[in-house]
Design a protein around this ligand. Structure first.
Ligand SMILES: NC(=O)c1ccc[n+]([C@@H]2O[C@H](COP(=O)([O-])OP(=O)(O)OC[C@H]3O[C@@H](n4cnc5c(N)ncnc54)[C@H](OP(=O)(O)O)[C@@H]3O)[C@@H](O)[C@H]2O)c1
Length: 263
């Protein structure tokens, strides 16, 4: 399902259908004849986005879908420091209220989310303190979702990487892979919000940027789970194995040698 079928890739064995979470009538067409649905969260402001997901879950119920798999976030809770975790918690409640049998996969923060957080000097700043997160690769999150779609519905599962890492450890290990000096600079919540507010006027965007680190600091994403192995029969990739398989992802961190010596 996509809002723009003309731009979607053609995949063997796949039927393309237009659907928009914001237009419930399109969802009735999209869910017609579907027995198992994977609902990937869409884009939107926290809170508003959950209502879009509610449209999808209610359309699935009208179409008598027998199993909805919803991709949520580790630490989803009404009291999370990260606005999207509160939004996922609300989405999970909307899904449960439909009465459809479901499975919720609460993915850890993705390993590639760091790549955009280092500045030109190779510094990642934010109020995560020294707390660890059990970051996962998109590869393992996708393989787990694919396996769960074949299983009977049931449960809410954290989908994590094999180990919990502090951001300083992430920077050190990415430095070893890329050969660049990368480091994590902890900052207080107030300084982080002040810094972010100078370049971003929308306060909800500041909440998202700072909240990502604050949720890590609060230990919301610290716990590792065995879900990837349990569902797929394979251990999740660690940071080095993931970026060895997808080296092109590291491109933003690799500077030309003369640039590196200037910084
Ligand atoms: N755990 C983490 O660290 C983490 C990090 C980033 C993202 N995520 C989650 O991972 C998922 C994918 O993220 P992404 O960065 O890959 O996002 P993306 O590239 O923007 O993909 C979003 C997808 O949602 C669809 N979508 C958006 N709004 C929609 C709407 N109103 N109705 C129907 N479909 C809609 C888009 O479909 P079309 O554009 O084709 O219509 C697209 O396929 C999301 O669930 C996101 O919340 C998790």
């Amino acid at each position: 399902m996509t809002r723009t079928p003309q731009q979607a890739p053609k995949l063997d064995g796949a039927e393309l259908v237009r659907g928009d979470f914001a237009e419930p009538a399109t969802l009735d067409d999209a869910f017609a004849g579907v027995s198992t649905a994977l609902v990937v969260s869409g884009s939107g402001k926290p809170g508003e986005r959950a209502r879009l997901h509610q449209n999808a879950f209610e359309a699935a119920a009208r179409a008598h879908v027998r199993h909805v798999v919803y991709l949520s976030l580790q630490g989803a809770s009404p009291s999370s420091r990260y606005p999207f975790s509160r939004d996922h918690s609300l989405s999970e409640q909307y899904l449960a209220a439909t009465g459809i049998p479901y499975t919720v996969l609460r993915n850890a923060f993705y390993l590639d989310m760091f790549l955009e957080r280092f500045d030109a000097e190779g510094v990642m700043r934010g109020p995560a303190n020294v707390t660890r997160g059990a970051f996962v690769s998109r590869e393992d999150a996708a393989r787990t979702a694919a396996a769960v779609l074949e299983d009977p519905p049931g449960g809410t599962h954290d989908v994590t990487g094999p180990e919990a890492l502090s951001l300083a450890e992430v920077a050190r290990r990415l430095s070893a892979i890329t050969g660049r000096q990368l480091r994590y600079q902890p900052e207080s919540v107030d300084s982080s919000r002040d810094r972010l507010s100078k370049r971003e006027r929308a306060s909800w965007r500041v909440d998202l940027s700072a909240g990502w680190f604050e949720a890590i600091a609060a230990g919301e994403l610290e716990h590792t789970s065995g879900a990837v192995f349990r569902f797929t029969g394979k251990e999740p990739l660690n940071l080095e194995a993931y970026f060895t398989l997808f080296p092109e992802l590291l491109q933003p961190l690799r500077l030309a040698p003369d640039q590196d010596s200037r910084s």
